[in-house]
Design a protein around this ligand. Structure first.
Ligand code: DQA
Length: 152
């Protein structure tokens, strides 16, 4: 089973960026731990982070292409769209186009924050949404996605 983890803008700065909100672990550390966890559950993790909306869209669209060395068939997606959560109809449309189940993750509890963070363009089409549990949210999402995909 192949799972794609997508992270949006500014998440490359995890560890340095507002650590009181987003935690002190870097994205690399989070992903290394997540990869080990995925392997222990016989799943393969692929990851892509970008600050550019069009690059995230291109990566989502690429799952439609036949498997090749750089592009394995993806069974499920975990996405933290970061600020694009609140702005991007285009990313939403890309996920609808590929029609692969996905879980939306936010490190912070967006509902305790500014009102512009309360609306997501993804939540109503996601399999599930995990907010406010820090980097553990990615692990919970991975567990849930693997369980769901294996029982389908
Ligand atoms: C975030 C929440 C977003 O509102 C914000 O723009 C981010 C990170 C989170 O993980 O808590 O960049 O998605």
């Amino acid at each position: 089973m192949n799972i794609l983890v997508l992270n949006g803008p500014n998440l490359n700065l995890l560890g340095k960026r507002e650590p009181e909100i987003y935690g002190s672990k870097t994205l690399d550390t989070i992903l290394n731990e997540l990869t080990d966890y995925a392997n222990s559950r016989d799943a393969m993790l692929f990851h892509f982070q970008s600050n550019a909306e069009h690059e995230l869209i291109a990566r989502i669209q690429s799952v439609l292409l036949e498997s090749s060395e750089s592009n394995q068939a993806i069974d499920g997606i975990i996405i933290n769209p970061a600020a694009f959560t609140h702005t991007s109809v285009a990313l939403r449309d890309a996920l609808l186009a590929v029609n692969i189940p996905f879980i939306e993750v936010h490190l912070s509890n967006v509902h305790q924050r500014e009102s512009f963070r309360h609306h997501s363009y993804f939540s109503d089409i996601a399999l599930g949404v995990i907010v406010g549990l820090g980097e553990q949210g990615y692990k919970f999402a991975l567990d849930a996605l693997i369980t769901k995909l294996r029982n389908k």
